[in-house]
Design a protein around this ligand. Structure first.
Ligand code: 5GP
Ligand code: SF4
Ligand code: MG
Length: 456
């Protein structure tokens, strides 16, 4: 998912600016979109299934006035894809209303939900994010700051939150910093965003990232910071760099574009091959392919064209649709493929269905050889932290050897970047990244397999 928020003194064009922010974060979720604004003690909101530009129009945005607002684009991991599960979540409690937008996934939400329900709390949705709002409401008599601290100390998993509460805009990042969240400065206020790419579209400048384990409280007097948990090891999701984030974003100071170029170069060193052309599976493999071409000296050409007007295939929640979408989405440029030895670069192989279809298309167009190079290591474990990887038995990297995968996909050779190579490409000073889906080494305890937290 993607979260966004603005605190502005004037409140001028607030909902339109949030709309721009959400359009820029659209790649992070395409199932539903929503905006909530705070005006004079009241919260108004609108959310619906669909893309940001389908959900909002001028009339709707014109009704959402205020000086604080948050927005959300959703891609579901827990909770079905229904409008009741869309965000921001707006809940009433005795002190007023809270609006909350969550990117991430909680691993102890069910446990907390059971406890809260035993004590009489009522839940409106099936999303894990609602327990956060409930925990805040429950501790409200401690004051809102303490209530938020208590709530976020209780939850486990990944969360980047954008909250409206008590006339403040509040940002929270989980103690491992699994999901990104940054702060931008406007002429008359501040912006919170999952990715820095959405700051410039509203005229904001990146000032810093929210730190792992930090709460930022934004109002007229500026930014107040509360460190609520400093004891955890930092573990920003490496998959953000591989696939999820936009290349023009900076996450915890690192350029996503630069890391993808470097991953391509490292991949070329780790898995060189004699070939005529380097090409990408667009768009997710494009930047790494440019890096591979540069390092290997093999020219980069487009071999596949992408229909820009479709969503991301993987994000269609159903497997059948996902398969059909591949054909709708990609077509072959025969002149760059026929009779050629190709190096095909993709960012990841999850189920293996996308790659198989693409290789089939390339062979039909007359490719002489296809050498697949992947700019992330084999995905061998499920993610519990907000990326919708399937259960282990559906992960081709968990159930097949590399040679079996090569055969299954139908390529002449197959090479994945190593975990060390990936970490090097991201070039974090402290190398503190989550790589659990590639190695099984999770930054915290996760539910054992077979559990419903596995995204089925
Ligand atoms: P598969 O191997 O499952 O057929 O598809 C892998 C492709 O899905 C990759 O090219 C990757 O770019 C794309 N993809 C899109 N969304 C996601 C996502 O949320 N998670 C993962 N792991 N891959 C995704
Ligand atoms: Fe990211 Fe993989 Fe860790 Fe999930 S398990 S947070 S996808 S690196
Ligand atoms: Mg892809």
């Amino acid at each position: 998912c993607g979260v966004f928020g603005i605190y502005s003194k004037s409140g001028q064009n607030l909902s339109r600016m949030i709309y721009f922010g959400l359009v820029t974060l659209q790649h992070r979720g395409q199932e539903s979109a929503g905006i909530a604004v705070y005006n004079d003690g009241k919260i108004h909101y609108y959310k619906e299934m669909g893309l940001v530009r389908e959900v909002f129009n001028d009339t709707v945005l014109g009704r959402l006035n205020g000086n604080i607002g948050i927005g959300h684009v959703r891609y579901s991991t827990t909770g079905e894809s229904y409008v009741t599960n869309a965000q921001p979540l707006v809940v009433q409690y005795k002190g007023g209303s809270i609006a909350l937008a969550h990117n991430g996934n909680l691993v102890n939400a069910d446990k907390i939900r059971d406890e809260l329900e035993d004590n009489g709390s009522i839940f409106q949705t099936s999303i894990d994010s609602e327990v956060i709002a409930n925990l805040i409401a429950k501790n409200y008599n401690l004051g809102f700051k303490e209530a938020i601290v208590k709530a976020v100390q209780r939850i486990r998993g990944s969360f980047a939150l954008s909250i409206i509460c008590e006339g403040k805009l509040i940002g929270v990042r989980d103690p491992h910093g699994l999901r990104p969240l940054c702060v931008g400065k406007l002429d008359d206020g501040y912006v919170l965003s999952s990715e820095s790419c959405a700051l410039s579209v509203v005229g904001a400048e990146l000032i810093r990232d929210v730190k792992p384990g930090e709460i930022v409280i934004i109002d007229d007097s500026g930014i107040e910071s509360i460190m609520y948990d400093e004891g955890k090891q930092k573990a920003l999701c490496s998959f953000e760099f591989v696939y999820f984030a936009r290349p023009d974003s900076f996450l915890d100071g690192q350029s996503v574009y630069k890391s993808r170029i470097k991953a391509g170069k490292i991949l070329a060193k780790e898995h060189p091959v004699d070939a005529d052309i380097v090409m990408a599976v667009p768009d997710s493999g494009t930047v790494a392919a440019i890096g591979y071409a540069e390092e290997s000296g093999i020219p980069y050409r487009q071999g596949l064209l992408k229909n820009k007007y479709l969503g991301r295939t993987f994000i269609q929640p159903d497997q059948k649709m996902r398969e059909l979408m591949v054909k709708l989405k990609l077509s072959v440029l025969k002149e760059n493929v026929e009779g050629k030895r190709l190096v095909l670069i993709d960012d990841s192989i999850v189920r293996g269905t996308t790659s198989s279809r693409i290789v089939e298309m390339l062979r039909r167009a007359g490719a002489k050889e296809v050498h697949l190079r992947v700019s992330s290591p084999p995905v061998t474990h499920s993610c519990y932290f907000g990326i919708d990887t399937p259960t282990r038995k559906q992960l081709i990297g968990a159930t097949h050897s590399i040679e079996e995968i090569r055969e299954e996909i139908g390529v002449d050779s197959l090479g994945y970047i190593s975990i060390e190579g990936l970490v090097e490409s991201i070039d974090m000073e402290d190398k503190r990244l989550c790589t659990a889906c590639f190695c099984g080494n999770y930054p915290m305890e996760v539910p054992s397999s077979g559990n419903k937290f596995l995204f089925e």
